[in-house]
Each structure stands twice: as C-alpha cells, then as structure tokens.
Write a protein that binds this ligand. Sequence first.
Ligand code: HMG
Ligand code: MG
Length: 302
Amino acid sequence: MALPTRVKIVEVAPRDGLQNEKTFVPTEVKIELIDRLSAAGFANIEAASFVSPKWVPQMADGAEVMAGIARRPGTIYSVLTPNMKGLEGALAARADEVVIFGAASEAFSQKNINCSIAESIARFEPVAQAAKAAGVRLRGSISCALGCPYQGEVPIEAVVDVVRRYMALGCDEVDVADTIGVGTPRRVREVMSAVTQVIDPARVSGHFHDTYGQSLANILASLEAGIGIFHASASGLGGCPYAKGATGNVATEDVLYMLRGLDIETGVDFDAVVDTGQWISACLQRAGGSRAGNAVAAKRAA
Ligand code: HMG
Ligand code: MG
C-alpha cells in the first residue's frame, strides 16, 4: 500500500509523558510545555488527565493546566476521562476531546482502572453519551493491544472486540496502544490489518511505547497498513504507572525526522520540537531522550 502523504501526530508528552514522573512537575512547567507544543504546530495535544489524584497524583492539576494554556486555533486539546467525574471536569475545563481508556487485557484493565473490560465499557457509556451531547470529540484508547505486562500474549480478536465496542459508543478515533512496547512490525501489521477490517483506517491511531526500541519500525509497518495518526512524546518522555518497566512513548523528534525522510507532511516545526524536548528534559534534570533531538542539539553546539 502507498504511504500517506500527510499524517497527524498527537503530542502526548504533557499527559503520557509526565504522568509517571515521581516528583510533581509544577503547573507552570506543564503549561509552558503545552504552549511550546502548540506553537510548534501540533493539531492535537493530549494535555491532561481527569483521573483520581490518589491513583495518579502527577495529573492532579489538570483543571489549572487547562485554564492556563494559550489555545492555538485549530489544535485539539484532549484529556483522559475514565468516568463521569472525569468527564465533568473535562467539560468544565473546555477540553476539545475526551479519551476513554480501556484495555484488550483483563488483567491490565483491573490494574489500571480497577474494573473488568465489560465493566469499563459500561462505565464509558454515560461518558460517551455526555461527550456527544456536549459536542466534544470522543477517542477510545486500547491498552495492551500488542501484549500485556500481566497476562503476556493478547489475542488480536480481543483488540478487535474493544474496537467494535468503542465504535458502538460513538468514538471518533481509536488508539491501538502498545503500552509496554513489546510489539514488532509483523504483529503490528496483523493487528492493524484486523482492526481496519472493522473501522475506517482514517480513524485509527498507533500509540507506541519504545521499551524495546521497536516504535519507529512499528510506525512504518502501521503506515504500510494505511494508518495515518500516531502518538508521540517530546524527548520520549513517559510511561504508565500501571505498566512497570515500560518506558516512554516514541520520541516525537525521531518520528518527525523519519517522516520528513519519507516526504510525509505533519505541519509540525521539527526544530521547535527539538528545542522543546531539550527544554523539558532540562526541566526534569535529565538528558534528552530523543536520538534525533540529541543529534541536532549536539550539531548546533559544535
Ligand atoms: P476507583 O477507586 O475504582 O473509583 O478508581 P471510585 O469511583 O471508587 O473512586 C475512588 C476515589 O477516586 C473517590 O475519592 C473518587 O471521588 C475519586 P474518595 O471518595 O476516595 O476521596 N475519583 C476521582 N477523582 C478525580 N477525578 C476522577 C475520579 N474518579 C474517581 N475522574 C478510577 C477508578 C478509574 C477513577 C481510577 O482507577 C483511576 O483514576 N485510574 C487512573 C488510571 C490512569 O490514569 N492511568 C494512566 C493513564 S492510562 C495510560 O497511560 C495508557 C495509555 O497511555 C495507552 C497505553 O499506553 O496503553 C492511554
Ligand atoms: Mg501510553
């Protein structure tokens, strides 16, 4: 299949990137991160989570973050909403898109959101209805679509089943997430091919954590399967508190570098993302986590 000429990158550093940081990242740093990413031209930024602060303390300031950002016209600011309480917070914060997040693995569903897959879908039903009634976009994320830290192998049919359930809830977009970064290109192609039998590929995204260094290869395999939306995190920040040992999302700078080499447009300013990746890494007192970002920064310093 011919590769797309344009893809959408969803920048998830402010949410997936920061949620697992042990030390509380000040609200003004979160706001500056989002403002920098907005200025870099992202069409979609995952900005915050409206989840229990006991479960994920780092995301407790979602309302303040959403109130403080400078919104770029045309950018969709998304937030995670596991239940009605989260949805109410999201609507009050004027989120453009809410994300319900379930799993293709029962064990992970229990650990992450404290209920079974079937219970999670029942819990998402009123959230989806209220989001639709409010005219807000709805996205559904499927964790462990390529493997689970607790149960290991995840059948492709389990992923497809959640896709069907999300479509029945009215999701505008569905994320196929490799939470622990175990997937490899052949399996990714198989999963994406199966998923796109039941949903328009234009509504599917790939969300790859880079634990085993497979993300870029998996993105290429997804592109070949007709997928045109990818999640990435500046400087490769991130990880899920309920997926021990899993590292961050694929670094946005690395994805942009690869896509540029493939003549695929994103509308995102690569240099601005390199700056942002280096800046947020310095804020967190660590070395940059993007190979491409570090290479550019080293070249500039030479
Ligand atoms: P629970 O304890 O089963 O729910 O948590 P509950 O309804 O019994 O509520 C317990 C307490 O939490 C109550 O407070 C609620 O008010 C409060 P208390 O009475 O004890 O003081 N609460 C909330 N507070 C604020 N906002 C809310 C909210 N809901 C309840 N929305 C729940 C169930 C889902 C809430 C909990 O398990 C939770 O918040 N989990 C968060 C999980 C999470 O954020 N994980 C990381 C994001 S997912 C991810 O990273 C994967 C992804 O990147 C894709 C991939 O890579 O796989 C998307
Ligand atoms: Mg994730």
